[in-house]
Write a protein that binds this ligand. Structure first.
Ligand SMILES: NC(=O)C1=CN([C@@H]2O[C@H](COP(=O)(O)OP(=O)(O)OC[C@H]3O[C@@H](n4cnc5c(N)ncnc54)[C@H](OP(=O)(O)O)[C@@H]3O)[C@@H](O)[C@H]2O)C=CC1
Ligand SMILES: CC1=C(/C=C/C(C)=C/C=C/C(C)=C/C=O)C(C)(C)CCC1
Length: 290
């Protein structure tokens, strides 16, 4: 239980991590400014997948408000991308959008190349795009199940493979994963989604382990509770009077704050970490139904 608790409590990174960073001699941009996290600045190119609407839209706007020089939106729907792009420009950043289905790795590699040529190297990658089929195992259509895993999990692999190499070579970058509290606890009738969010959580843990020797490249995984976007509209969980849905704007604000503070794992709201732990403990030792 202690091991699980230590893994889940959102602690800032180890001190030695930052010490390494300050001694960075790899030509990266890491320095004193990172001792207490990272600044979002004019040099940053922030790419938000699923940036046209929902949490992604608010993330793009929040990065712009926090001073990101360039914001890039990826998504499937040109209309929402165009509208959000105009809003991001109004919020003060240069903004580009590219239609890209993150489930299609060839499209990801192609648009990564276009992004690089037209905008520059991505310094903050936000893997936010997501879908849910929302059925039980025996009722879910095979294609819908595949789509959830392709977008919510494999899509992260493709964008990482496209953008991580340049972050590693300049020793500077940040990867953000919008996972979910459902990575660690289940919601009935969303087996495809819960599985995908747990997988994305595992991917980020492996990634951050792999990045320990590259102090300028950081990761942040956010695990929001139910949020007021189109995705789970109409879902009314038990105790919703006690835990109302989060506002997408708040989720975005807390996510960008976590990037700036260099937090590795963030539950939203923070109290969810305890509730999820208590719920897991309650399940231990319970015999499976015959
Ligand atoms: N809503 C919630 O309760 C919670 C959501 N999350 C996570 O937050 C993230 C954002 O979800 P949210 O804003 O709520 O959902 P929305 O349904 O409002 O938005 C989903 C976004 O993902 C994009 N997207 C979907 N499929 C693809 C694809 N194949 N390629 C590119 N973009 C795609 C959509 O673009 P397009 O318009 O083009 O379809 C849209 O911008 C997801 O990862 C979700 O799992 C986490 C916790 C809670
Ligand atoms: C875990 C948990 C709860 C329910 C959480 C729910 C229902 C979360 C839904 C999240 C969604 C839809 C996320 C999308 O990504 C309670 C009952 C509040 C309290 C006990 C702990």
């Amino acid at each position: 239980a202690l091991r699980a608790a230590l893994r889940l409590v959102p602690l800032p990174r180890r001190r030695s991590f930052h010490k390494n960073n300050n001694n960075d001699d790899k030509g990266g941009r890491g320095g004193d400014d990172r001792r207490n996290g990272r600044e979002i600045g004019a040099d940053d190119v922030v790419l938000v997948t699923g940036g046209g609407r929902g949490i992604g839209r608010w993330l793009a706007l929040e990065f712009a408000r926090q001073g990101a020089g360039k914001v890039v939106l990826w998504g499937r729907t040109e209309e929402t991308l165009r509208t959000t792009c105009a809003e991001v420009r109004q919020a003060g950043s240069d903004c580009w959008y590219f239609v890209c289905d993150v489930a299609d790795r060839h499209a990801v590699y192609r648009q990564a190349q276009v992004t690089r040529q037209k905008v520059g190297e991505v310094t903050v990658l936000v893997n936010n795009a997501g879908v849910v089929a929302g059925h039980s195992l025996l009722n879910i259509d095979d294609e819908a199940l595949l789509s959830t895993e392709h977008v919510n999990v494999l899509g992260h692999f493709w964008t990482l493979k496209a953008f991580l190499p340049s972050m590693l070579s300049c020793g500077h970058g940040h990867v953000v994963c919008v996972s979910s509290v459902l990575a660690l606890t289940a919601l009935p009738g969303a087996i495809d989604y819960c599985t995908s969010k747990a997988a994305a959580f595992g991917l980020m843990e492996s990634l951050s382990l792999g990045l320990e020797s590259t102090p300028g490249v950081r990761t942040t995984t956010v695990l929001p509770y139910l949020t007021d976007t189109d995705m789970f509209r109409g879902v009314k969980p038990r105790f919703s009077w006690l835990f109302p849905p989060l506002h997408a704007e708040l989720v975005a604000r807390r996510t960008v704050e976590a990037v700036k503070r260099d937090e590795a794992v963030v539950f939203m709201p923070r109290s969810m970490v305890l509730l999820v732990l208590m719920k897991s403990v309650q399940c231990w030792g319970v015999p499976l139904p015959k």
